[in-house]
Design a protein around this ligand. Structure first.
Ligand code: NAD
Ligand code: TYD
Length: 351
């Protein structure tokens, strides 16, 4: 991995990944962060590394074929890590179309650019020979597997059964990646991780939204009974897992990434209130999300046994650090929650 294209590197996980890679690796010559800077993209996340000579930011849309092709020609990438996406389930319920165009068509645009740039005999439809060492990694989600009941865990061989427009668009993208591996022999991997948490997460997702509201003594909107379960993964553990797949993952394989932290939403909300010394009377049960998946849980046996990765963070340590990060960065929170965020919040939650 010398010349790496990171899409969506100004978002939550992408910006943590850019930091992680630049801090931990000495094999990177150039890292290009290609990001459209939608509401979720924030260059403030990258301020401390923007002068790193290895780092380049390029603003653009993954659906723009010409721009993506030119980027490949200019930087001759050997590695693609594709984070860019519309990522929030609630938004996908009210505006599904952009999820399909960005998450499915944007992925196909990247795959085409990688295939055309890396294939040794681009005109030969039977050729499966590519430049040595190239790799395309699709960052997907456990939500493509659908919902679990009280028991069981997601394994890589389970059928996909997405329930929201978001997860359907991610599952669609995964299928296209799989097809490019099977049909063209493109060296691909897909990673499917559980819910991430950590610094720089936009406060539309559960943990930062609840921290933000609690700090402002505002109601904490818990969907339905709040007993839905997610399996939480610290974003830095996720970044390390992606590097393990890039370094040692078998071509064509899917790897689930999970933190072994199943928690009910209500327990997380209570933990945040207690850490901030706020009363539980702030909890407000609101109407449930349509199509709400009850439980996610990842079996991470394949990546731990095959690649030797394991999560380092305990949930308690990760949450303490994450809450502290939000306390230490009021200006970041203020910038991302002004303007458009207020309109979004009103649309989703009323007043
Ligand atoms: P995010 O919403 O914080 O960031 C998405 C980034 O993509 C933003 O910087 C945005 O500007 C950029 N982007 C959006 N549309 C674009 C386009 N058309 N062209 C170029 N850039 C565009 O998302 P995140 O939480 O960091 O998630 C990153 C990836 O990880 C996504 O693919 C998501 O599906 C996946 N994922 C996230 C989680 C999680 O808990 N956050 C869990 C599982 C999987
Ligand atoms: P979210 O962070 O949106 O992630 P995902 O839907 O991708 O799992 O939500 C995590 C859980 O928290 C999910 O069960 C929905 C719930 N939730 C609430 O109860 N209230 C909220 O305001 C939000 C944003 C989420």
């Amino acid at each position: 991995m010398k010349n790496i294209l990171v899409t969506g590197g100004a978002g939550f996980i992408g910006s943590n990944f850019v930091h992680y890679v630049l801090q931990t690796r000495d094999d990177i010559q150039r890292l290009v962060n290609y990001d459209l800077l939608t509401y979720a993209g924030n260059l403030e996340n990258l301020k401390d590394i923007e002068k790193d000579p290895r780092y380049t930011f390029a603003r653009g849309d993954i659906r723009d074929r010409k721009a993506v092709k030119e980027l490949f020609n200019e930087y001759d990438f050997d590695t693609v890590v594709h984070f860019a996406a519309e990522s929030h389930v609630d938004r996908s319920i009210t505006e599904p179309e952009v999820f399909l165009t960005t998450n499915v068509m944007g992925t196909q645009t990247l795959l085409d650019a990688a295939k055309d740039h890396w294939k040794l005999a681009p005109e030969d439809k039977y050729s499966r020979e590519y430049k040595p060492g190239v790799r395309y990694l699709q960052v997907s989600t456990d939500e493509v597997y659908g919902a679990l009941g009280k028991t069981g865990m997601f394994t890589e061989t389970m059928p996909l059964a997405p329930n929201s427009p978001y997860s359907a668009s991610k599952a669609g993208a995964d299928m296209v990646v799989r097809a490019y591996g099977s049909t063209y022999g493109l060296p691909v991997n897909i990673t499917r991780c559980s819910n991430n948490y950590g610094p720089c997460q936009f406060p539309e997702k559960l943990i930062p939204l609840m921290i933000h509201n609690a700090l402002g003594d505002k109601a904490l909107p818990v969907y339905g009974d709040g007993m839905q379960i997610r399996d939480w993964l610290h974003v830095k553990d996720h970044c390390a897992a992606i590097c393990a797949v890039l370094d040692r993952g078998r071509v064509g394989e899917v790897y689930n990434i999970g933190g072994n932290n199943e928690k009910a939403n209500l327990d997380i909300v209570r933990l945040i209130l207690s850490a901030l010394d706020k009363p539980e009377s702030l909890i407000a049960h609101v109407a449930d999300r349509p199509g709400h998946d009850r439980r996610y849980a990842i079996d991470n046996g394949k990546i731990t046994s095959e690649l030797g990765w394991k999560p380092e963070y305990t949930f308690e340590q990760g949450m303490t650090e994450t809450i502290q990060w939000y306390l230490d960065h009021p200006a970041w929170v203020e910038h991302v929650t002004s303007g458009a965020y207020r309109n979004y919040y009103k649309r989703m939650y009323g007043s």
